[in-house]
Structures are given as structure tokens and as C-alpha cells.
Design a protein around this ligand. Structure first.
Ligand code: CIZ
Ligand code: SF4
Length: 300
């Protein structure tokens, strides 16, 4: 019998999360995929995540439900330009965020996630290394701001998180009569991150919510993709959890690529139909695996 494992990212719709064997953020799902005893892995997420799963579990058939599920961090990065950029810093270590294509990873010395980026870059600086960071400009800018690094940055952004807006947040805060908090993903713009009580990864924010023990009637604004609010409200139905505003009056902050994972597309993928990640050569996968394994070894 064919063993099918379905993975769903937190940013997919609740009904898709309910179809999955495992729900998680991109790193959790990649690790689950690596260790899965499966013939077919259906990755209800976006393409770079399915590629990472394939790189870590090359024997499995990895299927992306919708071929269009890309990511602006990938589409805003021309790989030839990235290669030239990297070559213009021959004495720097190239650290890349996991939200990048397999080709991009192959041009990197280290892969990081929002969970381990702080520790890995601190480790490299402690060793006296110089670092360039790609592709997320907001995340890199926040690291430079927080730690006084002067990392040259690539300039792609997440089109979803980049829409959060400081003026809209100021307005929402001013309208609040109770205590207010902001938790934010580091893909958000720097002026928003500067206002946050907590900046962290998808699971970091979920953990922050789970262990919330501040004002019971406080309003918690969340600056990240709207799919995770479902999990936050499930975990703590007693809390006032609100999507942080993009601009006054607009509450929508949804990743169009994640939402391409419809019920039908996932069902088809479970039946073996969809975009099979079969275009990476063993050499491409080896080159991309090296910086990922460096990260996994460091984070053990
Ligand atoms: O795609 C994203 O924006 C994120 C934060 C993914 C993840 O799970 O880390
Ligand atoms: Fe890419 Fe942003 Fe969508 Fe995540 S939320 S997949 S970073 S476009």
C-alpha cells in the first residue's frame, strides 16, 4: 500500500489543516518530512517548503498541491543576480533564510529559520566572520538594528508581512481602552518590529500566546499571516487576539500562495496528482542540503 503523509503549514486554511497528519511551521514540517516513513509526501504549503522536504527525504515523492504556490521572497530573487552579489563579497559568509529556492540554498553557506537566525549569526560573528544575509530585507534589517551588525542585505520581502504598517498600528493602539500588546514576525517592516512586545517565529508567537499571563482583558495584536490566528484562538479561546492592521479599516493579511492549497487540490495530491518535485538533480540537492545540515547540526 502506498503510504501518504499530508503536511499543512499554519498559514493554510483551517479545513486544510484538518486534512493533515501534521500541522506546523516550515522547519517543523521539513523535519517531519525528513523523518516520515512515506512513499508520498503531500506538502500543503509553498514550493520552497516542498523542495526542502525533497532535499531532506530524496526517496519520497513530494507533491505540491498547486504549481502556483510560490513565495515573493523567491520570485523577487533572481538567482543569477544573487550569485553575482554573493561573489562581490568573497570574504563573507552567505547566510540565507529558509524561505528561498533550492538553487538559492545551493549558493548559501548557512540556512537559517526565524527560530535560529539570532544564534547562528551571533555564532558567526563570535568566530570573527563577516556575513551577508538574504533574501529577507526586513529580517536582516531587524538583526542589524538589534545587534549593531552591518550585514549587507539582499532586498526581497514577504509581500504579506511587508504590508503591516506602523501608522495603522498607532491608530489601533490609540483606539484600545485596555492593555495592548503586539507580537510580530521578523518578516514585518522595522518600524512595526520596533513597536513589538515580542518578535519571533511562527511557533515562537504561538508559544507566547499559549503562555500568556498578562492583563486578562488585554488585546493582543498579531503581525503575521492570518492562518495562524486559528491555531492561536484554538490554544487560548479566553484571549482577545486580533490581526494587526495593515492600514486603517483593513484586516486582511492572507498569503495568496498558501491559500492555493484548496480541499480539491490537496485531495488530488493525496491521490498522486499535483506538482511532483522531481526537477532537482542529485547534485542540486546535495549542494542545497549542505547549508541546511549545517543549521540542523548547530541547532541540535
Ligand atoms: O512563510 C512564512 O512567512 C513563514 C514565517 C513560514 C514559517 O513557517 O516559518
Ligand atoms: Fe512567502 Fe510571505 Fe507567503 Fe510566507 S507568507 S510563503 S514568506 S509570501
Amino acid at each position: 500500500m502506498t503510504r501518504v503523509v499530508t503536511l499543512a503549514h499554519y498559514y493554510t486554511a483551517p479545513e486544510i489543516q484538518q486534512m493533515a497528519d501534521k500541522v506546523g511551521d516550515s522547519l517543523e514540517l521539513s523535519l517531519f518530512a525528513r523523518d516520515a516513513d512515506a512513499d508520498i509526501i503531500v506538502f500543503a504549503g509553498v514550493r520552497f517548503m516542498a523542495e526542502t522536504a525533497k532535499i531532506l527525504n530524496p526517496n519520497a515523492t513530494v507533491i505540491l498541491p498547486d504549481a502556483g504556490s510560490t513565495c515573493s521572497l523567491v520570485t523577487q530573487t533572481d538567482v543569477a543576480a544573487l550569485k553575482a552579489w554573493r561573489e562581490s563579497y568573497p570574504d563573507h559568509v552567505h547566510v540565507s533564510y529558509i524561505n528561498s529556492s533550492a538553487e538559492h540554498k545551493a549558493l548559501s553557506d548557512w540556512i537559517v529559520t526565524s527560530r535560529n537566525v539570532d544564534d547562528i549569526i551571533a555564532h558567526l560573528y563570535a568566530e570573527g566572520k563577516k556575513v551577508i544575509f538574504s533574501p529577507d530585507y526586513n529580517m536582516g534589517g531587524y538583526l542589524n538594528y538589534q545587534h549593531g551588525y552591518e550585514m549587507p542585505l539582499w532586498s526581497a520581502v514577504c509581500e504579506v508581512h511587508d504590508k503591516f504598517n506602523q501608522a495603522a498600528l498607532d491608530e489601533a493602539f490609540a483606539a484600545c481602552t485596555t492593555a495592548k500588546y503586539l507580537i510580530a514576525h521578523p518578516e514585518s517592516p522595522l518600524p512595526v518590529l520596533k513597536l513589538a512586545d515580542y518578535v519571533g517565529s511562527t511557533s515562537g508567537m504561538l508559544n507566547w500566546i499559549k503562555s500568556y499571563d498578562k492583563e486578562p482583558d488585554g488585546v493582543i495584536f498579531v503581525a503575521t499571516e492570518d492562518g495562524i490566528l486559528y491555531n492561536m484562538r484554538l490554544a487560548r479561546p479566553d484571549l482577545n487576539i486580533e490581526q494587526a492592521p495593515i492600514y486603517a479599516g483593513c484586516q486582511c493579511n492572507s498569503c495568496p500562495y498558501m491559500k492555493m492549497n484548496t480541499i480539491n487540490a490537496v485531495k488530488n495530491a493525496q491521490a498522486g496528482k499535483g506538482t511532483v518535485i522531481d526537477y532537482l538533480t542529485p547534485a542540486d540537492m546535495d549542494a542545497a542540503r549542505l547549508p541546511i545540515e549545517r543549521m540542523l547540526e548547530f541547532s541540535k
